[in-house]
Design a protein. Structure first.
Length: 109
């Protein structure tokens, strides 16, 4: 089971998070999500546990508990939603009101 862990203290490390969940069973992976520009924690992460019974016990026991001075919000992670393509040609399409369209290149006339 993949578990979402929210409201993490920003100083939390992956080994600390793993240790909290290992009290309930085997943990196969831990990922704390970081800002791509600053590299700092965004305050949430994911823990994967192969045994659903152990994962549910961890979820029940840790949700709402104090972790480093913050109240954890834990639930089963939902599958990631598909995002629209960020193809640069689509973003410059003049039909959607964006981009350059056929207005010419500027300069003096």
């Amino acid at each position: 089971m993949n578990i979402y862990v929210g409201n993490l203290p920003h100083a939390t490390t992956e080994p600390e998070l793993k240790a909290a969940f290992e009290e309930f069973g085997v943990v196969t992976s831990v990922a704390i999500i970081k800002d791509r520009y600053t590299g700092k924690s965004r305050g949430f992460g994911f823990v994967e546990m192969p045994d659903d019974d152990e994962a549910n016990e961890a979820l029940t026991q840790l949700n709402g508990s104090d972790f480093g001075g913050r109240t954890l919000r834990i639930n089963e992670a939902r599958p990631r939603e598909k995002r629209p393509s960020r193809d640069s040609r689509d973003s410059r399409d003049s039909r959607d009101g964006g981009g350059y369209g056929n207005r010419g290149g500027g300069g003096y006339r």
